[in-house]
Write a protein that binds this ligand. Structure first.
Ligand code: HEM
Ligand code: HEM
Length: 162
């Protein structure tokens, strides 16, 4: 594994932004699956999964997340700016691990709920979804802080700029 390449691979950058788009889709379009799940729990329809767009997009997103993790392991990610080592190490590394963990946990609980019709898994899905949302806000705030206050190039490099 290469520890600190100079820049992200193009594919890492594309995957970052494709996953962002899919997550926005997941947050906006969950009405249908929430209603279907409620009907299943109330016994209004058979308690079996169907091909809901939310479930399909969530599963595709999970595959892309594993692809990203594999690229991270094979290629590595650019190192933390030197001028800002302590703060960035504390923040960025743990924040990224937390983001990956929450993305996997959210999808995993969503799948468990949908495939097996489990109420507890749906509760866990909702809890992890909102923990993910809070972490995403922090992540965006950190990106903007880096760019406008700490004046590092981390925001530029996730857009593929120098
Ligand atoms: C990171 C990916 C995902 C995000 C961001 C996401 C987001 C959401 C959101 C915001 C809700 C509505 C929560 C609420 O009622 O307040 C929801 C509900 C739901 N999602 Fe996901 N989801 C993701 C992945 C998945 C996957 C992969 C599946 C299944 C294959 C899934 C199945 C469900 C189900 C069954 C519900 C209804 C739960 C209920 O109303 O009790 N989700 N999701
Ligand atoms: C759904 C929302 C988002 C998720 C889940 C997410 C997730 C991640 C993850 C896991 C990384 C680690 C790098 C990797 O392994 O590829 C990363 C990097 C990064 N993200 Fe996001 N991201 C999101 C949205 C955004 C947005 C809107 C911005 C813009 C402010 C942004 C800015 C960055 C930056 C600047 C890095 C690079 C940090 C560095 O080079 O050390 N992200 N993101």
């Amino acid at each position: 594994m290469k520890k600190s390449p100079k820049a992200y691979l193009k594919i890492q950058i594309y995957l970052h932004w494709i996953v962002v788009a899919l997550i926005i889709f997941q947050f906006i379009l969950h009405g249908e699956i929430s209603l279907l799940f409620q009907y299943r729990m109330e016994g209004l329809i058979p308690n079996v999964p169907s091909a809901s767009p939310h479930a399909i997009v969530g599963t595709i997103m999970l595959i892309l997340i594993f692809w990203r993790l594999w690229l991270r392991f094979k290629h590595g990610v650019p190192s933390i700016p030197k001028s800002n080592r302590f703060l960035a190490k504390l923040g960025a590394k743990h924040m990224h691990i937390l983001l990956y963990a929450l993305l996997i946990a959210t999808s995993f609980f969503g799948m468990l709920a949908w495939v097996f019709g489990l109420q507890l898994a749906s509760l866990m899905h909702i809890i992890t979804v909102y923990a993910l949302l809070a972490t995403i806000y922090l992540h965006i705030f950190a990106g903007l802080l880096h760019h406008f206050v700490l004046k590092t190039n981390v925001l530029k490099r996730i857009f593929g700029m120098k």
